[in-house]
Design a protein around this ligand. Structure first.
Ligand code: ADP
Ligand code: MG
Length: 701
């Protein structure tokens, strides 16, 4: 028999044809034989085992039992009838129950003949029953070829409507395996297979679809997961290396006037060791001749801004321009003011460009950027517009990465004929496992130390019923000269209601904290930028003591005198958001507090989130819990990542395997960076194929 090559279009498979092919493409992105082969079941029905009735457990699972029907009766009930058959083996009996097709089934059932029944077991009124079981005479059952573990494939509504049932998919894959299994070649080196005790590739593929047993299924899964993770890691590592080789970067060789002067004469504080280390790491990068692509992780308040500024000064010293992009207008504005203040004694030209910059101002900025007169541009998405052209952009800094998509990074990348160095800063710590997969092509720096003198924020959980005590506490803090944030959730789906909550909240606070003694600011997304700024500035200047806001203040805002963060309906926030919000306080020398308000009833997940917040201030720990609760697909900013659309591995559950895969990938490249050794032939071939198919999402270019 001829072996069909795996890149054969799926339409050619017996049983498919053009119409089904189109459907498979549209619904499941299956274009070729290989795609179908790699379309794995998401669960299996275990028919490898026969249960005795006294072994049944109340687990709601599907089981297979051999026994006899010893009695049949029809029971009248409120609506219609049900058919009940008493089914027994030598250990006990259960009831088989039908609500539909009663007449026909009753006629076809044979008493005292051995049957195999299969179905879901229910526990009800002290006995087990099985509604609408599959039934087969034991005699027939023995004659038929059976699949021990039946694969269940993911499906879509459209597919089932158009007759592509699980059975059809199963048949197609059987057909496919018949035609191709001899063509499924090994993709990993022999020594991997040996060291890791892997089953061969073709055996793994057959067993992932039609497992011989639970044991073989486990082996197939292990092998395919490892392979998947290994090739992702290999591609990321190679890509990173190629980028460093190929993409020439500007060399910031000089440490000049701006940097030196600022560093020695105008730094308002001593850098933490972590900050110093990170500055050094970045300086190495920008001096290496390769283009920098670095992720700077640092918890809220760890002092990323000063690092960004120091690197910017280095760029300016080498006659390059710098662009710093922030996700919100408030944050961009705050960076602008903060950096202007840092730079008041050195001679640097800085401008702010946002959606609300006036036309004249914009024009001026555009011109000065092109002439090179303007050195440091700070802004929002507005800086990405095509009209914004630089004379010589050498460094692009993106703050709070998770708010930006990959596309934006790409746009910055293209703002110069040679791509600028890119520094991405994020305050949402990304668990190592995720960082490895998601940002495996970036280098990572971590600021893992807070500036000295910070007191750990105290976090408590309070029920709404305790609100009066919370008000009392607020009064005490305000009397000490502190300021208070009160944050309300704002979720798109319930926007109108959420605004109402915010306004109701404002009214009750205004009653409790009356003017003129107390002044209150309100900031929310529906306000004009100018009004927001006005209110933010009043709060920042200490003219108002209470700031009522939606999550617009989540990111970056810095008012050191604010020491109390109250989060309303905190059960509705995600963990990373709660952590971000909490990071708005604890920025000054005073003891700060975070109060998580909730209703009385909490889901288990909400309880875990709130408990985690109360227990720890460590952003990395919080990120790990978040990842476990939500899964990688839902973490901020990861949705667009193709890397996370793994076929079989799960980067949370399989994180140990991921680390192992990365270790192997590193080892291979260290030993054989061009994949030329004969023992790595399989890898070289597979890598080439993957690359041709562009399996790995291109992060940047
Ligand atoms: P984030 O990492 O959250 O962006 P910022 O850069 O806004 O943090 O820094 C938070 C606050 O800490 C700012 O007021 C900043 O000036 C201050 N800060 C940063 N580094 C230090 C340091 N080494 N010593 C003292 N204060 C610092
Ligand atoms: Mg910041």
């Amino acid at each position: 028999m001829n072996i069909s090559p795996l890149h054969t279009p799926i339409a050619y498979l017996k049983g498919v044809g053009p119409q089904r092919a189109e459907l498979l493409q549209k619904e499941l992105s299956i274009y070729t034989y290989a795609d179908l082969l790699n379309f794995y079941p998401n669960r299996y029905i275990d028919k490898s085992k026969y249960y005795k009735i006294n072994q049944l457990q109340n687990t709601n699972s599907e089981v297979q039992i051999i026994g006899k029907i010893i009695h049949i009766k029809t029971v009248e009930q409120k609506r219609g009838k049900r058919l009940v058959a008493k089914f027994s083996d030598e250990t006990g009996s259960i009831e088989l129950v039908w609500f539909k097709g009663i007449k026909w089934i009753k006629e076809s059932l044979l008493l005292n003949k051995a049957y195999v029944v299969f179905g879901k077991i229910n526990w009800f009124n002290g006995s087990f029953s099985m509604p609408h079981p599959e039934l087969e005479l034991l005699e027939t059952h023995k004659k038929n070829i059976r699949i021990a573990m039946q694969p269940i494939y993911p499906s879509t509504e459209k597919l089932s409507k158009r007759g592509i049932s699980n059975k059809v998919i199963t048949q197609l894959i059987q057909q496919l395996l018949k035609e191709t299994h001899k063509g499924i070649t090994e993709t990993l080196p022999d020594y991997f297979v040996e060291e890791l005790n892997l089953i061969p590739k073709n055996k793994a593929v057959i067993n992932i679809h039609f497992p011989q047993s639970q044991e073989y299924l486990a082996k197939a899964q292990f092998r395919l997961k490892f392979e998947e993770l290994f090739y992702i890691q290999l591609q990321l590592l190679i890509k990173n290396k190629l980028r460093k080789q190929k993409i020439k970067g500007f060399v910031f060789e000089k440490v000049g006037e701006n940097f030196t002067n600022f560093y020695h004469n105008h730094l308002p504080f001593n850098l933490t060791n972590a900050q110093k280390r990170v500055v050094k790491e970045i300086r190495n990068d920008v001096g290496s001749g390769a283009q920098m692509n670095r992720l700077l992780q640092g918890d809220v308040g760890s002092g990323k801004t000063i690092v960004a500024l120091l690197v910017s000064l280095l760029a300016l010293d080498n006659n390059f321009q710098v662009c710093l992009m922030a996700p919100t207008e408030i944050l961009a504005t705050q960076h602008f003011h903060g950096i202007q203040e840092f730079c008041q004694h050195i001679n640097v030209s800085i401008a702010l460009l946002t959606g609300s910059s006036k036309t004249a101002e914009r024009k001026k900025i555009h011109q000065q950027l092109e002439s090179g007169e303007l050195q440091l541009l700070i802004g929002t998405h507005a800086v990405l517009e095509d009209k914004v052209k630089f004379k010589n952009l050498g460094l692009a800094i993106i703050d709070e990465q998770h708010r930006f998509g990959v596309a934006q990074r790409a746009k910055l990348w293209k703002k110069n004929h040679i791509p600028p160095h890119i520094l991405v800063m994020t305050a949402t710590p990304i668990p190592r496992t995720l960082a490895m997969s998601l940002y495996g092509d970036l280098d990572i720096s971590v600021i893992d130390e807070l500036p000295p003198g910070r007191k750990a924020i105290q976090t408590v959980h309070r029920y709404d019923s305790n609100r009066l005590k919370v008000f009392h506490f607020m009064r005490e803090e305000i009397a000490k000269g502190r300021q208070v944030y009160i944050v309300y959730p704002l979720i798109e789906e319930s926007e109108a209601l959420d605004y109402k909550d915010l306004m109701d909240g404002y009214e009750s606070i205004a009653r409790e904290f009356p003017a003129p003694k107390y002044q209150i600011s309100v900031v929310h997304g529906k306000m004009k930028a100018a009004d927001k700024d006005f209110e933010m500035n009043r709060f920042a200047a200490g003219e108002t003591q209470i700031m009522i806001a939606t999550t617009v203040i989540e990111v970056g805002v810095n008012v050191p005198n604010a020491s109390v963060m109250i989060i309303e309906s905190s059960e509705r926030f995600g963990l990373s958001q709660l952590h971000q919000l909490r990071g708005r306080v604890g920025r000054g020398a005073e003891q700060s507090y975070c109060i998580l308000m909730t209703g009385q009833k909490l889901s288990n997940d909400s309880k875990t989130r709130i408990q985690t917040m109360v227990e720890t201030n460590d952003g990395f720990k919080i990120a790990e819990v978040d990842l476990k609760l939500r899964g990688p697909g839902n973490l901020m900013g990861t949705q667009q990542s193709g890397v996370l659309q793994l076929k079989i591995a799960d980067i949370v559950k399989d994180n140990l395997l991921l680390a192992k895969a990365r270790e192997y990938a590193k080892r291979v490249l260290q030993k054989d960076h061009n994949l030329q050794l004969s023992e790595h032939q399989n890898i070289a071939k597979t890598y080439q194929k993957l690359n041709k198919n562009k399996t790995l999402w291109n992060f940047i270019s």
